[in-house]
Write a new protein. Structure first.
Length: 254
């Protein structure tokens, strides 16, 4: 059996580390996090920097992901059938709801955001394509866990961290929540992952009626909820959008 190439494994770990943080990381931070000698870490960083996968801030000397990764990621996303089928529908959903729309798929024990439509106003927003969301606390993650057996298993295996006082971490309570999600066909996240933020998500199915992703509307609690409950018009809108994308994928009417 062929052995893995250690330098590539270390480079991949380094990219994941940089992708997981909300700030730039220094050489010492990277080396200690990956249990590498500074010289080894610096050599890998220089190589990744030369290829455009990592950038170094001139003022602080800290590192962040480079533009070449975004180019490669967009190349992948351009051929991703789910994203291609959802583009028009998610644009319409953001425009009609007035809120941000996310398209997510199961990936490495979490939800990978493969498409993000900004809230249609002039506010400053950050593109979240490529970001990971937890399975147990987000609307996208819960709806995938409810309808996808693989996501369900992974949600039970991971550490269900309490992000806010409203996060459900108990196994039995989480299973009950998933049962409720299956029964009504959509999932909610009202300040369970981020304070002040609420979301509603619905599953997308393919021609075999298998869950292949989910769509969510996300926004401030005061806009997305009425008296602590998600607005019924937004629930209906995200479900209609998910059904439309599912039909485009061959799922038929349901």
């Amino acid at each position: 059996m062929a052995k893995n190439i250690q330098s590539l494994e270390r480079a991949a770990a380094m990219l994941r580390l940089l992708a997981g943080g909300e700030r730039r990381l220094g050489l010492s931070d990277i080396a200690s996090s990956l249990d590498l000698a500074k010289g080894t870490a610096h050599g890998i960083l220089r190589t990744l920097q030369a290829e455009g996968f990592v950038e170094q801030d001139a003022a602080s000397g800290r590192y962040q992901l480079g533009a070449e990764l975004l180019r490669l990621g967009n190349s992948y996303l351009d051929v991703h059938e789910l994203r291609a089928r959802a583009l028009v529908w998610t644009d319409d959903l953001a425009r009609s709801s007035g809120e941000s729309v996310h398209l997510g798929v199961l990936h490495q024990h979490g939800v990978l955001i493969v498409h993000h439509v900004f809230r249609p106003d002039d506010s400053r927003q950050v593109l979240e394509v490529g970001a990971m969301q937890p399975l147990h606390s987000t609307a996208l993650g819960k709806v995938l866990s409810a309808f996808d057996p693989v996501a369900h298993t992974e949600a039970l295996e991971v550490d269900r961290k309490a992000f806010t006082p409203r996060t459900v971490t108990d196994v039995q309570e989480f299973e009950s929540l998933l049962d409720h999600t299956r029964a009504r066909g959509w999932a909610a996240d009202v300040e369970e992952t981020w304070e002040g933020v609420a979301a509603v998500a619905a599953p997308i199915h393919d021609r075999r009626r298998m869950p292949v992703g989910a769509i969510a509307i996300t926004g401030a609690v005061e806009r997305v909820c009425n008296d602590g409950e998600l607005r019924s018009d937004l629930v209906a809108a995200v479900r209609d959008c998910a059904r439309a994308v599912s039909r485009d994928l061959g799922a038929g009417r349901f």
